[in-house]
Design a protein around this ligand. Structure first.
Ligand SMILES: [Zn+2]
Ligand SMILES: [Zn+2]
Length: 262
């Protein structure tokens, strides 16, 4: 029986080889990530902003958010961005497992083990889910729920209206674009809870802010966010390549004001 299972596994590996979730290269069946990708993943390193979760040199907290904090394992750059595109637009759903492991690590480190009562994810409209076939944030939230052993609240937030996709509108318009887009249907499921809000990417923070606003209006005690990747200012990152934290960043090119709030 064991022998048969081994044959089956070899055959399956041959037909559906295990691939690196970030670059797509074939890797061993027990490997999670290829060695070159592991080396160059754009990890967010300390010191980090206690609000947006980016390295302090890349903090973009220009306003106060409705959420309490956000954390992410990576910047939305290089192979982390590539992996997310495979996951979000090419149907590489298995990537959710590896991505959620990275998110779970940073959640445990920054928020502690029992810091949330319930996981809520950023919703898509039914039409958008039908079109893509899945909501990538829900898949990440489901994996996080298993790994952190925190219950997930399906449909904790509902997307009440279809918007122009956030990546299609300008940075300033993103804030007005999401207004009134999300709602909480069952306030009693949120009231008094410490919510872990999950999304795939944080850019301006407008989407997370609007979702957190609705959750707090419904009585959430706290809203902490976890995303897979956070964008960093392109103008800043490109010329200095991999200098992601303040210790590495050249003095002349650090962000205008690096804010760190408690
Ligand atoms: Zn790789
Ligand atoms: Zn910040």
């Amino acid at each position: 029986m064991i022998h048969w299972n081994r044959i089956k596994r070899v055959a399956l590996d041959f037909i559906f080889p295990n691939r690196c979730p970030y670059c797509g290269k074939i890797i061993g069946s027990k490997e999670k990530v290829c060695a070159p990708c592991l080396e160059i993943l754009p990890r967010i390193e300390k010191p980090t902003c206690k609000v947006c979760g980016r390295g302090v040199a890349f903090c973009r907290c220009h306003r106060s958010y409705a959420f309490d904090r956000c954390v992410a394992p990576f910047y939305y750059e290089g192979n982390a961005r590539n992996g997310l595109i495979l996951f979000k637009f090419r149907g590489w759903l298995k990537n959710a497992v590896v991505f959620a492991e990275e998110m779970a690590q940073v959640v445990r480190r920054e928020y502690g083990n029992s810091s949330s009562d319930v996981i809520v994810y950023v919703p898509m409209t039914k039409h958008a889910v039908r079109k893509r076939g899945y909501n990538q944030s829900k898949l990440l939230a489901e994996e996080l729920s298993k790994q952190l052993e925190i219950p997930i609240l399906t449909d904790g937030l509902i997307k009440c209206k279809e918007l122009n996709p956030q990546h299609m509108v300008g940075m300033r318009e993103r804030w007005s674009n999401v207004m009134g887009a999300f709602c909480v249907e069952n306030e009693e499921l949120i009231c008094g809870k410490r919510v872990l809000l999950v999304d795939d990417v944080m850019t301006t923070g407008a989407t997370l802010d609007q979702c957190a606003r609705m959750l707090k209006q419904a009585g959430a005690r706290s809203v902490r966010c976890a995303v897979f990747a956070s964008t960093s200012p392109q103008r800043l990152v490109k010329p200095i390549k991999v200098a992601y934290n303040i210790a590495d960043a050249p003095v002349k090119r650090t962000a205008p004001v690096a804010q760190q709030r408690g």
